[in-house]
Write a protein of this length. Sequence first.
Lengths: 521, 384
Amino acid sequence: MDELFIDLSRWQFAATAMYHFLFVPLTLGISWILFIMEAVYVMTGQEIYRDMTKFWGKLFGINFALGVTTGLTMEFEFGTNWAYYSHYVGDVFGAPLAIEGLMAFFLESTFIGLFFLGWEKLSKRQHLMVTFLTAFGSNLSALWILVANGWMQNPVGSEFSAQTMRMEMTSFAEVLFNPVAQVKFVHTVSAGYVTASMFVLAISAYYLLKGRDLAFAKRSFAIAAGFGLASALSVIVLGDESGYELGDVQKTKLAAIEAEYETLPAPAPFTLFGLPNDETMQTDYAVKVPYALGLIATRSTDQEVTGLKDLMVRHEERIRSGMVAYGALQKIRQGAADDETKATFEAHKVDLGYGLLLKRYTADVVDATPEQVALAVQDTVPPVAPLFWTFRVMVAFGFLMLFLIGAAFWFTVRRTIERQRWLLKMLLWSLPVPWLACEMGWFVAEFGRQPWAIGEVLPTFLATSSLTSGELAFSLAGFIGFYTFLLCIEVYLMQKYARLGPASLGTGRYHGEQPHPAPAE
Amino acid sequence: MILDYETLKFVWWILVGALLIGFAVTDGMDMGVGNLLPFIGRTDDERRVIINTVGPHWDGNQVWLITAGGAIFAAWPAVYAAAFSGFYMAMLLVLFALFFRPVGFDYRSKIADPRWRRAWDWGLFAGGAVPSLIFGVAFGNLLQGVPFHLDEFLRSHYQGSLLWALLPLLNPFALLAGVISFAMLTMHGGVWLQLRTNAPIAQRVKMAITIMGLVAAAGFALAGLWITYGIDGFRVVSQPALDALPNPLAKTVVVEAGAWLAIYDQVPVAILAPVAGFAGIFTTILLSRMDRPGWAFLTSGIGMTGIVGTAGLSMFPFIMPSSIDPKSSLTVWDAPSSHLTLAVMFWAVVIFLPIVLGYTVWCYSRMWGKVTEQEIQARSHSAY
């Protein structure tokens, strides 16, 4: 097992996916903010709302271009870099991706061109419809992508087939209505809405602080504050904790996030801070809030939250059962299986994935020594400290944004927002916060899923392509270099146009422009 | 389920073909326009006119490529896995070239500096030229067989890595296929420019259409001769029932001369594909010279359908033959997904593809009309 190659494969996926997600959340949210602005324009006929739609649309476009660029990689990367994954689960995982293209990405991408370039060629109502369909398409995209991702966390509606040596779909409805996918979708799009609200609030705050384009900035600010408040509440209230109810993978992730090494009597306390130690399997200097975890995770006072030590005992049993399944599978693949072997395989196949964990230590699995089994058991739990800390910072950022957006909303309603310079400054400085929180959220979701590519089905180290470390080093360097180069251009253009403000529309009505008669339209 | 497994397997061969042809007609057109951009547009305004003929549509068009990729993942996971990882270096080349397009279209007009704009012109050229060449190269390699094999757990292994994987892909026959692909997409993009611009661009591009059409036709003829006399095809000798659960390793395959022409004996009507290829190209050249670009666009689409169809039909039922272990070859019968997935995906396509085509046509019709320099100057702040 070439550990370097596997690490490089993981790094490449992490880098390309996290780069991609720098651009997704803004798209998800700002497309709705644009729709709201344009709807006000169509209803009231006030030109300033059209200018708002066009200006924020310009910034949206600069962001969107890189979203498309980095998204291209994602569509092909499963095949290029996770070929065994693609073979093993393509029957289930490929379907939502393909349907995403057909149903959602076509919609978003076909209409977005008309959003930017169709102002003169479409009636007001037609253009508003185009804006709506762009926003709807991008959010529908997120639904299908999260159906695919939800299945990686909680692979329902499917079964392993020994004849085809892969997972096959047994119920499309179960895959679609996977509870993990549903909560992930709501959590992710709400986070996108908050990101977009923070973006509009921060840049509008910049204009308010500079005392320029006040009418434009205040109206943008008000829309973003209202939209953002609803979204921030939704991210936190609908946070994805209910997803942890299902399956050992999610239970392990929950226990790791909370650094719950032991199963504690219900209702379990919530560890606010502490230093998780995977060696001794305890959390040093823990500061605990009584009952809180039990309430959050089980929504009850009498159910236990299973600790990592107990989960690992269970995992060892499943690894041993998986060894039996693997032995039977080998005979079936060699065409030498009698009915009894087939029955044995059927009885143990739900643990096949756990058996495959041993492939890291012995190619043959069935001959694993007790030491190798013990190592595989260790692998079933992801490193606790990174998850523990990332999750806490993400949640803290979530509450910080709720406070900022709540205050923005409050002073907007009181009509004193331009006098609250402290708040405007805080908003401007907090511009990177939503992106950090989004990236951390994905880190928790995907790092917390380890060691699995598909929960309890396919270990990550088996899911790779048969490539070499040299090829991965080359491509990883290429992606990081190219993306960073494009990101620098993106950030340069973004700040250039944000500083220029609505004057970039060339209407002659805004700060820094020589007034001239509006062009005939 | 209305359709049986064997039928669905065959239908998916048609559907993937249709998505690839849809890609060639739409996104291929944008790539062709990119290939012509630095040569046909002599001033910045002219180049902006060229870019804006595809400006509102390139993004939607690109989804044909993405959906084709997704559909291959869902319908032929074994092909998606073996081809994309096997062609790793070539895929990276295509991806890195494609990266220039979204940013090229959107960022080019955001800064007026001529050096900035010139740089993006070449970026858009690379984003068209590299993929249009490499997609042809990929087909050229499929026709010769690809050096991969499947192990007993159906993991695919490819022979060679880094340059030792890339360079053998760029063999003479594959490069010829790349030239055909490049020429036909450039011709197609040229016809689009002739249709959507006025003189001098519309006049200038006619020569490019003629040259590219002739290159594509000559290359196609040469490739046909090469296949007939110089390249062995693959033939399935025995395989499980066509509606059996897919297992690529359960068949026997031989490599023999003339196997790629067998379909034209067995199903004579298949000859219509290469005929459409040649006829489409020649009528396109003719119609373009007669200043009938609307009809030329139609015939150019027919020509490309013929050429893609010829490659697909000649290989049928093979999708990805293996040159080092013929029984590892992937075919229409042993590479697909399960019956349920094929059925779900079939209905998704049947329902959504017509809707996509419907609103795509609406969008083109709304944005119709010649793109002019006056219009670009008037909308300088919003146009690409």
